[in-house]
Design a binder for this molecule. Sequence first.
Ligand code: PGA
Length: 255
Amino acid sequence: MTRKPMMAGNWKMNKTVGEAVVLAQDISNQFKGTWEACDVVVCPPFVDLKPAYTVFEFDRVPISVGAQNVYWEESGAYTGEISVPMLKEIGCEWCIIGHSERRGYFGETNEDVNKKAKALLAGGLKPIICCGESLEVRDAGDTLEFVCAQVRAAFAGIDAAQAVKCVVAYEPIWAIGTGRTATPEQAQEVCLAIRETLAELFGAESADAMRVLYGGSMNPGNVDMLIAQPDIDGGLIGGAALKAPSFVQLIEACI
Ligand code: PGA
């Protein structure tokens, strides 16, 4: 099974609207037809979604836009939250959920991630489901058990037909923003265990069709070794997605 690679830029809480338009334009200007062999996604802050989408739409480049979070209710008295229909209307196709920063700083639980995944799928958006262990969990030798439990919890009550629309991003917490990347072997070991868990849940054929990304200090210097691994289908990129040249290099490494 050949899976289409994916490069998703997680801009986190960076870029005002003006700055986001400049970065989106910089990426768009370097678009080449060969990029169509890779799903290219940028995930800016909420306020930048529509402006970034508009840049890509105007330039007619197949670069998708994704949010970094969502709430599972459609509307109502949930001050400060953003719903799936709101994201859908402004052209969002993807949404990151369960990022370790949301779990760590904002108390997002496995149950929340599952509710968000179901709401996104019901509303026609595709979740990028993040999982990953802390250094304590790794040092205790519990990585595979911990990460696979996160994956099982995220997909609870979701059937194979819906699951295949999802992407899983393995992001060891100790590698995020630290410059300390997982070795290709460490990343492959966990991505394979994730795929085996997906196979248990949804069957081998579905698991084979699903993308599993690596994230955590991925950059132009280490991308080749990482995506050469059989179970790593691309990256979820933080720091290196904030500048067009490095993000473009990462995309081009995938094709
Ligand atoms: P990083 O972030 O590439 O800056 O390590 C990755 C992420 O958190 O998605």
